[in-house]
Design a binder for this molecule. Structure first.
Ligand code: SF4
Length: 213
């Protein structure tokens, strides 16, 4: 990455971190995913129950393997081969896990976290339940305000997640949200954290790379 790009990532991240702290979140910035992964693993001990919210950013950091290597228990409802009942059970266990790791669809320079969910287990766990929540995002997720954050989700996060999950929704053809109305729609819960939830220990980890979608 060029010096100019590094400067820009840090400038945006510093402003976002300052805003997040004003909103009572813990917030930290790392220049690369490797250092961020080391920081996150500092919260994992043998026996720690770690819930995974389906984040491509977290997946790309190899954290599940690191948790298992350290003796932690992985709670991932996305493991291939799980029955619908098992998926539901893991999602419920995530709500009371020790550490919940999630991505963020978009965040604003005001320090708001903006997510769109299908079932709602991810945003539920982000809001209340786990012993600690860590939300991880590359600086590519930062937008100026709520409208721009929702636009990011319509243009990038939701269509790409539909494609990843092979959903039969119109966005997998157009690459952009078509506000579909069928039962297979995955954009059902629009969730904005403007401040840290009162009873949740919540850290946002920002990384100066383009990660996830
Ligand atoms: S509302 Fe429908 S068309 Fe729009 S991104 Fe979500 S699933 Fe795709």
């Amino acid at each position: 990455m060029s010096d100019v790009m590094v400067w820009h990532q840090e400038a945006l991240a510093n402003r976002a971190v300052e805003a997040l702290r004003k909103n009572f979140f813990e917030a930290v910035y790392f220049t690369d995913a490797g250092r961020a992964a080391e920081y996150i693993m500092g919260f994992v001990n043998p026996g720690t129950k770690v819930g995974f919210g389906g984040s491509m950013t977290v997946k790309g950091m190899g954290i599940q393997d690191k948790v298992q290597a350290k003796g932690g228990l992985v709670l991932d409802h996305g493991v291939p081969g799980l029955s619908p009942e098992e998926v539901l059970s893991v999602r419920r266990q995530q709500l009371t896990c020790d550490l919940f790791l999630t991505g963020i669809n978009a965040m604003t320079l005001d320090g708001w976290l903006v997510n769109v969910d299908g079932a709602g287990n991810r945003v539920a766990a982000m809001t209340f339940g786990p012993g600690k929540v860590i939300a991880v995002a590359g600086t590519n997720k930062i937008r100026t305000d709520l409208d721009a954050a929702l636009e990011r989700i319509r243009c990038f996060a939701s269509p790409l997640n539909n494609k990843r999950l092979s959903r039969p929704n119109p966005c997998v053809k157009t690459g952009i949200c078509m506000d579909c109305q069928g039962a297979s729609r995955i954009c059902n819960i629009y969730h904005v954290l403007k401040r840290k939830p009162l009873a949740t220990d919540f850290t946002v980890v920002l990384i100066g790379e383009s990660l996830g979608y």
